[in-house]
Design a binder for this molecule. Structure first.
Ligand SMILES: [Zn+2]
Length: 230
């Protein structure tokens, strides 16, 4: 293995064949005569190159030290202090993990309290929609079967269609409101859902009226109202 070393004068890389350790050689560039280092010396040289250079110490360094130390610079930066004050905003909601867990659990509690009246009213509203559609179809068949002719039957059918169509639309909106309530999304729509479930849109209201009142009582609860997003 040939020996590589830098010229002590011009730093030119000199390569000499193996077995020349301790002998003298001439730099091909600047012709300075110098000893060929042994392998041990070469290793020492490599080690010192790999180690981080020790900090230069001059009298000037002591004078400039407070300015040149990076960590001190950061702590003395007036803008850094300002940004740390921003975190102490008294109006910001506390975001510690414990508080977040508590907020989550009270949200889950509100959801589970509302779940039974919401799902019951939803089911009854859906059932009411089916009843109303069947009623309308029955009316149409009946009017046609009676063989009623002329303006009277048209008016009767139109009245049924408008009445049941309005009821079905209202029930559909009620279902939408209750779905919003289930996800604690919109407080106003949650109220609308329970109020519609209490209206006599179909025969189902007999059952859904007391349950929707139960739901409205839960909605009026402050601790549940606070869990709604809007
Ligand atoms: Zn040289």
């Amino acid at each position: 293995m040939p020996i590589d070393f830098d010229c002590a004068v011009c730093k030119h890389r000199i390569r000499v064949p193996d077995g020349n350790e301790g002998k003298r050689t001439k730099c091909p560039k600047c012709h300075a005569i110098q000893p060929v280092p042994s392998e041990a010396d070469e290793l020492k040289l490599k080690d010192s190159l790999e180690e981080p250079a020790p900090p230069k110490s001059s009298p000037l360094d002591d004078v400039f030290q407070p300015m040149s130390t990076p960590t001190e610079n950061v702590s003395r930066n007036p803008y850094a202090e300002e940004s740390s004050q921003a975190h102490d905003n008294p109006y910001a909601a506390p975001q510690t993990p414990g508080n977040l867990a508590a907020a989550n659990s009270s949200r889950m509690e509100a959801m589970s309290k509302l779940q039974t009246p919401i799902l019951t009213c939803l089911g009854l509203l859906a059932l009411g929609i089916v009843f109303n559609i069947i009623s309308l179809i029955t009316m149409v068949i009946q009017v046609n079967g009676e063989g009623a002719q002329g303006a009277n039957s048209v008016v009767a059918l139109a009245t049924y269609a408008i009445t049941f169509g309005f009821a079905v639309g209202l029930q559909g909106f009620g279902c939408f409101g209750l779905l919003q309530a289930r996800d604690l999304k919109n407080y106003g729509l949650a109220w609308a859902g329970f109020i519609i479930a209490a209206l006599p849109c179909s025969c189902c209201f007999v059952v859904s009226l007391p349950i929707s009142i139960w739901g409205m009582m839960l909605l009026a609860d402050n601790s549940i109202q606070r869990q709604f997003n809007g």
